[in-house]
Write a protein that binds this ligand. Structure first.
Ligand code: ADP
Ligand code: ASP
Ligand code: MG
Length: 426
């Protein structure tokens, strides 16, 4: 017997028919002898709809009331799943954020998890009841409903798995695992049997939205065994216990005999991700002297605007230089207003912005021991006349900024260049 936390995303619970299929998957895991807790998302599209209501009601909405509205989608699916399980003869009950309690801080709309009460839910699971928990929601220090940020149900599931010391956290979605790149963009993308926490963290943070970044860092910190797998399966497909999806593993586990020869080890690059949510800002003719760039980036940091890629051109005549950097697209208007407001103080000539850019990243632990990954990336893009606007790197990642129109082409040619292509699924 094992203790399993199962999480189902929006498309997996999109309507009552899909919820019935989910209930069938949950029932089978319990029938296999496991203690089961289930974390659910809102129905596909529901959170977007609720966010729009908030914007219509008041564009300058109060985040704590926004949380009251947007957390409701998960409450509906949790209740519906419990009802459906009852109809199938299973014992089940829902546990809302405030009932567990799922304690968070007061940062409404992007709350961080403090602690999860587990006594009641463990007792209920031990008594053979399926615990159904709405993802995304918790209760703040001031006892108000709080949400964890978009995509946050993945993080809820991992947090519950860590709190109840689950043997596994299965994240059910609409693809059957983590692929070398988004299989909806590249039909030759290959499913990975295993991927390390570190690589998954990089992939998620540079745009592979299959898992929320925070869920991966939490799983890594707490040592939660995570499997990504599909809920779009029939009764004859292999059990989740046979690990048919992608397992997120530690470096050490990747090196063990059981996993040797996995697709991960022989591969220099594990995956490629694209992110169209960044925007580029160039400030021209900035003074090339100590303190000039600090005058740009300090106020951005104070305004809580995350700067990602940065390039500073070689100084031209007159000791002046251009600086280019990227910020999240959603923060672009704020960043422009703030910088233009300080134009004289900072001392630049023009601000040029562009939100039609995309960041393409290649990720792989193999980069640590092999040279030439970046060179392959630049020459492959150059062969297709794709212009590189900015570059950034980490130990296991190289990212480039390109024109958004070239995203699909860039991902496809890089996928081929790094030898990642599998059989065409398209
Ligand atoms: P859920 O609603 O279940 O949380 P998401 O839409 O958040 O599902 O995440 C699943 C989607 O992630 C897939 O449909 C796929 O298009 C996308 N995706 C992006 N990159 C990858 C990748 N490397 N492997 C698998 N899926 C990916
Ligand atoms: N329903 C929330 C969202 O759409 C949380 C989630 O599904 O993970 O962002
Ligand atoms: Mg998701």
């Amino acid at each position: 017997m094992a203790r399993i936390v199962m999480k189902f995303g929006g498309t997996s619970v999109a309507d009552t028919d899909r919820i019935r299929r989910v209930a069938g998957i949950v029932q089978r895991q319990q029938a296999a002898g496991h203690e089961v807790a289930v974390v659910v998302s809102a129905m596909a599209g529901e959170t977007d709809r609720l966010v729009n209501f908030c914007r219509e009601a008041n564009p300058l909405y109060d985040p704590s009331e926004y949380d009251v509205v947007v957390s409701s989608g998960e409450q509906v699916t949790a209740g519906l799943l419990a009802l459906t399980l009852h109809a199938m003869g299973c014992k089940a009950r829902s546990w809302l954020g405030w009932q567990l309690p799922f304690r968070t801080d007061d940062a409404h709309s992007k709350a961080r998890i403090d602690q999860i009460g587990t006594d009641a839910v463990l007792a209920s699971m031990a008594a053979g009841e399926i615990a159904v928990i709405p993802g995304f929601q918790g209760i703040s220090e001031e006892n108000r409903v709080a949400t964890l940020g978009r995509g946050g149900s993945d993080t809820s599931a991992v947090a519950v798995a860590a709190a109840v010391k689950a043997d596994r956290c299965d994240i059910y979605t609409d693809v059957d695992g983590v692929y070398t790149t988004d299989p909806r963009i590249v039909s030759r993308a290959r499913k990975l049997g295993r991927v390390t926490y570190e690589e998954m963290l990089e992939l998620a943070s540079v745009g592979s939205k299959v898992l929320q970044t925070r869920s991966v860092s939490l799983a890594m910190k707490e040592g939660v065994r995570v499997q990504v797998l599909s809920s779009f399966v029939d009764e004859n497909s292999p059990s989740a216990d046979d690990l048919p999806g992608t397992l997120i593993v530690s470096d050490a586990e990747l090196g063990t005999g059981e996993l040797q020869g996995s697709d991960m080890e022989s591969q220099l690059i594990t995956g490629i991700a694209a992110d169209k949510n960044e925007a580029k800002i160039t400030l021209t003719r900035l003074a090339d002297k100590p303190g000039a760039v600090a005058a740009v980036f300090e106020p951005l940091a104070e305004a809580n605007i995350n700067v990602d890629m940065i390039i500073q051109n070689v100084a031209k005549d007159k000791g002046e230089t251009d600086v280019t950097f990227t910020v999240p697209q959603s923060d672009l208007p704020r960043a422009i207003a703030m910088l233009e407001g300080k134009q004289e103080e900072i001392g630049f000539y023009r601000l040029i912005s562009d939100d039609r850019v995309a960041k393409i990243s290649v990720v792989g632990v193999g980069m640590r021991s092999h040279a030439g990954v970046a060179a392959t990336m630049f020459s492959t893009l150059a062969e297709r006349a794709i212009n590189v606007l900015a570059i950034s790197t980490s130990e296991i990642k190289v990212s480039v900024l390109i024109n958004a129109d070239e995203t699909e082409l860039a991902v496809r040619v890089l996928h081929t260049a790094y030898g990642l292509d599998g059989a065409d699924q398209g």
